[in-house]
Design a protein around this ligand. Structure first.
Ligand SMILES: [Zn+2]
Length: 151
């Protein structure tokens, strides 16, 4: 990701006060859609207009969609079904790296259903492709905004 231009994280919107500009937010290590599953419905992941006044620009934004269901077994042979981000964290997985490492062991970490990213617009005219990669989804949303199709 490019150097941050503002004092807010461009992904999660968190305000930085002490971090130098060339340091990335902790959410940069959590770009898999699995880290944005806090509810059953779709969830905003990137929406720079979240604080905009009603009637102002709201297109386009990135949401996490799809349910998560992972059948996991821990080192002691206990079985778990991981459905939400907090289940993953309780299981000890808090970063993309740990998630991908665990996923290499299909016998003990099986993806039954996986969430994904989509780009949406308020008028629902736009049917987005599905994205695995958050950076690519954000880049596409930014490109569409610049194109001004629904602004
Ligand atoms: Zn962040």
């Amino acid at each position: 990701m490019d150097k941050r231009q503002t004092n807010n994280c461009e992904i999660c919107g968190e305000l930085f006060t002490d971090l130098p500009l060339d340091e990335e937010c902790s959410c940069s290590k959590r770009k898999d859609a699995a880290f944005y599953v806090n509810s059953d419905g779709g969830e905003f992941v990137w929406n720079p207009d979240l604080n905009a006044e009603e009637g102002e620009i709201h297109d386009f934004y990135v949401i996490r969609n799809g349910e998560m269901r992972i059948k996991a077994t821990d080192g002691k042979g206990n079985d778990y079904v991981l459905r939400y981000t907090e289940d993953l964290e309780t299981f000890g997985i808090t970063t993309d790296e740990q998630l991908y490492e665990a996923s290499t062991d299909e016998e003990n970490f099986y993806w039954d259903m996986n969430p994904w990213y989509e780009i949406c617009s308020d008028d629902d005219v736009y049917n987005s492709d599905v994205f695995d990669d958050l950076d690519k989804a954000i880049a596409e949303a930014v490109r569409l905004r610049k194109e001004g199709q629904y602004l």
